[in-house]
Design a protein around this ligand. Structure first.
Ligand code: ZN
Length: 165
């Protein structure tokens, strides 16, 4: 069957950005997703629609259909206190270009990149690291099947036999 909304799709992919390899999945550890529920970046899903098992694909996703454009408001100055562990500022962590783990107000973890280290503050870029980038995906469609009612209710893919993972 062809990839369309509410199918469960298994693919391999290799991602390149600016001609450089970023990440890949192979047949032993492929990517499986539920199409049409906003799980994947829009430009990836949309361009796979209509493909079927065995099809190779080679697609380019612009930033606005990928991880978004770079948001200047996501570059902020954080007090150094944020980086305290056991009451101590972790100076060895505060190096320009370092990726640091942070949490938003809801406790959801994300990563920021340190742009500049000041006296009392640290300038951190909280944009997704692939924001503003054109993404180039290549891979193969391994399997396409209809999602079960339960998968659609839950909004995610269940493993073999319909079990939760
Ligand atoms: Zn579930």
């Amino acid at each position: 069957m062809k990839i369309e909304k509410h199918t469960v799709v298994t693919v391999t992919y290799s991602l390149e950005v600016d001609g450089e390899f970023v990440e890949k999945t192979d047949k032993e550890n492929p990517l499986t997703f539920l199409a049409g529920v906003g799980m994947m970046i829009p430009g990836f899903e949309q361009q796979l629609v209509g493909k079927e098992t065995g099809d190779a694909y080679d697609i380019t996703v612009l930033p606005e259909d990928g991880y978004g454009t770079t948001d200047p408001e996501a570059i902020i100055d954080l007090p150094k206190d944020v980086f305290k562990v056991d009451g101590q500022v972790q100076d060895d962590m505060l190096v320009e270009g370092n990726v640091v783990p942070l949490q938003d107000q809801n406790g959801t973890p994300f990563q920021g990149v340190i742009l500049e280290v000041g006296e009392d503050t640290v300038k951190v870029d909280m944009n997704h690291q692939l924001a503003g980038k054109t993404l180039h995906f290549k891979g193969e469609v391994l399997e396409v099947r209809k999602a079960t009612k339960e998968e659609l209710d839950h909004g995610h893919v269940h493993g073999p036999g319909g079990h939760h993972h």
